[in-house]
Every structure is written in C-alpha cells, then in structure tokens.
Design a protein around this ligand. Structure first.
Ligand SMILES: [Fe+2]
Length: 336
C-alpha cells in the first residue's frame, strides 16, 4: 500500500461506521456510499444512488458481507428512509395483503428497533415503534391462527436476536392472555406493549457485545440493572400505567432460570408482583430458550416448558396448564 492509499484508508477507518446490510432492504437505491472491509482495507461496494433490489442484496449477503460501512455523516439518511418506510407501512396496513404487510412491518420494526437502541431517548424513534406496534397488535389479536406462520417468517428474516426477542416474547404473551379469556383487548394490548419494551434498558451495552457468551464484570452489572434502566428510559414517554412500569421493573422475578441461561446476576429481590408479571417473565424465558444464540444452541420447546414447570407449577398450576396448551396449539404442526 503506497502512502496515498495508506492515508485514504486511515481516513476511511476514522469516518466510517458499521451497519447491517439488512438496512438496505426496502430501498430502491442506496442513499449513501457503501463500503466493505476485505483483505485489511475498505473497498467501495456501492456508490450513493446505486440501484438496489432483493437479488443484489442477497448476492452481497451470500458473499459474506452482512456487516458493511458508510460515512458517519451519511448514516442519518439511511435511518430517515427506513423510519419513513415503517411509517408508511403502518399507515397503509389495511391496504393490500395483510399477511404481506405484517411480514414487512415486522422486518421494518426490527430494523427500527436498532435505531431506538442506538438512541433510546429519541422520542420520534420510540413513538414510531409504539404506533406501529398498536397497528400490528390489532392484526395479531384478530388472527391468532396466523401466529405460528408469522413467528416462523420473522425468524427467517435473520435479524439480531436482541431485536427479535421483544416481539417473539410479546407474541407468545398475547396468545396466552387471549386464550385465558380473562382480559379485554385493551388490557392485552397494553401488556403486549409493556412486554415489547421491557428490555430497552439493554441498549446501555453495545449490541455486538451480546454475541459473546461472557460479558465483562462492568457490563454484567449494567445488564443486571437493565429492567430499572428500561423504566428510566420509558417513564413519562409511553402511555402505560405505573403498574405496567412495575411489571417492567420486576420482569426478571424468575431470573434464576435466566441467570443460568444468560449469565445474568440474580436480582436481590425475587418477588413476583402478580400473574401478569409472571406471564411476561415466562413468555420471555420460553422465547429466549427456544431461539438460538451465537454462543449456544436453541433448546426444544419441551425442555423450555419443563423448566417453566419447575418454576411455576406449584404456585400457578392452572396457569401452567394454560401455557402448555397455548404452546401445544401454537406449534400444532411442529412440536419438538
Ligand atoms: Fe429483561
């Protein structure tokens, strides 16, 4: 590498920021210059304005370039376009094919959740998630039989688990609460929203760190406080009651289980504040266990329910039956 190239490379290293290639889906042209890092140097992959389609992006992914780069000053354009895409699919959800809209909405919701994690105090990013979730909730509430397909298609989209876990656990929660016939649609909607945002405090640690099995001691302490951080982030910004914030605050009431699964220090106070908190917690545990992580395999649904049984079947025998029955019908064609 000559001196001029060396200078150019070090300048790029200082000004480029990484992002996932998935953020280019749903765009007809690239809003920014896209670089890849190959053989110890940055190379231009696409210039701003370059034509984009699904095939081009799939080819790039297949070539192993999931992590790409752009200039820090250009990243905002990308974020703005994907926020507009989510806004527009939310507004026109009732038009066209509902299942296609649902698929697209979920993908954009996961992309945009990354932006909220990057800037959790951004009201626009939070409100956009909230409005989209409300529209999505209505469709999910009215179409419980489609949950399994929606779940499977969402997983196939390949988003980072930090951005899939909130929806998956909330989808399970919605299904169980609906099948209990003990709640109004509005109650379930608020609990669905509560569950979805419960882990926003995890944004205090960079997403890449969640790929490794063992966080350092400092990060473990922050992660141990993520429920409190979520409350701090959301307080006064989401239309949910103090009781719902309380559910978020104590959503790791059964954390001994999660402790063994995810290496999180157990909270000092293991108090369960009620049936709703237990359900939010249990659906979170099941969703996490049956999904793979970069550092571990997924467990079977049977194993996940077995652990849930150990935790709650003495205290909540009827509720445990409800949970088992729900998952049995949810995975009606593919119980593992
Ligand atoms: Fe959590």
């Amino acid at each position: 590498m000559d001196a001029k190239q060396l200078f150019k490379q070090s300048h790029l290293a200082l000004t480029l920021v990484p992002f996932t290639i998935r953020e280019l889906f749903y765009l007809s042209s690239s809003p920014c210059d896209i670089y890849i890092f190959e053989n110890d140097s940055f190379k231009v992959l696409l210039r701003a304005g370059a034509y984009l389609d699904g095939k081009t992006l799939k080819d790039i992914i297949q070539a192993g370039h999931i992590k790409v780069f752009t200039h820090e000053s250009q990243r905002g354009k990308l974020v703005e376009l994907q926020q507009n895409n989510l806004r527009s699919v939310t507004r026109s959800f009732s038009m066209g094919s509902p299942s296609d809209n649902c698929k697209r909405q979920l993908s954009l919701l996961a992309l945009n959740l990354r932006y909220l994690f990057e800037d959790p105090t951004n009201d626009e990013a939070l409100n956009l998630q909230y409005q989209s979730l409300k529209i999505l909730f209505k469709y999910l509430f009215q179409n419980p039989k489609k949950h399994e397909v929606i779940y499977k298609e969402f997983i196939k989209q390949g988003h980072h688990y930090i951005f899939t876990q909130p929806f998956i656990s909330s989808l399970f929660l919605l299904g169980i609460l609906k099948s209990s016939h003990a709640y109004s649609e509005k109650d379930i909607e608020t609990l669905f929203i509560t569950s979805y945002f419960k882990d926003i405090g995890m944004s205090a640690i960079p997403v890449e760190k969640y790929d490794i099995e063992d966080l350092n001691d400092h990060d473990k302490i922050i992660l141990g406080k993520h429920a409190d951080l979520s409350v701090q982030i959301l307080q006064g910004r989401l239309p949910i009651s103090p009781n719902h914030l309380k559910i978020i605050e104590s959503h790791h009431s059964f954390s001994l289980l999660r402790n063994s699964m995810e290496n999180i220090a157990p909270p000092e106070n293991l108090v369960v504040t009620g049936f709703e908190t237990m359900m939010v917690n249990i659906t979170d545990i099941v969703a996490a266990m049956i999904s793979p992580r970069p550092y571990r395999e997924a467990t079977t649904l049977f194993e996940a329910l077995d652990l849930v049984k150990l935790r709650i079947s003495n205290q909540y025998p009827q509720e445990f039956k409800l949970i088992v029955n729900h998952f049995r019908s949810f995975f009606s064609n593919s119980v593992s």
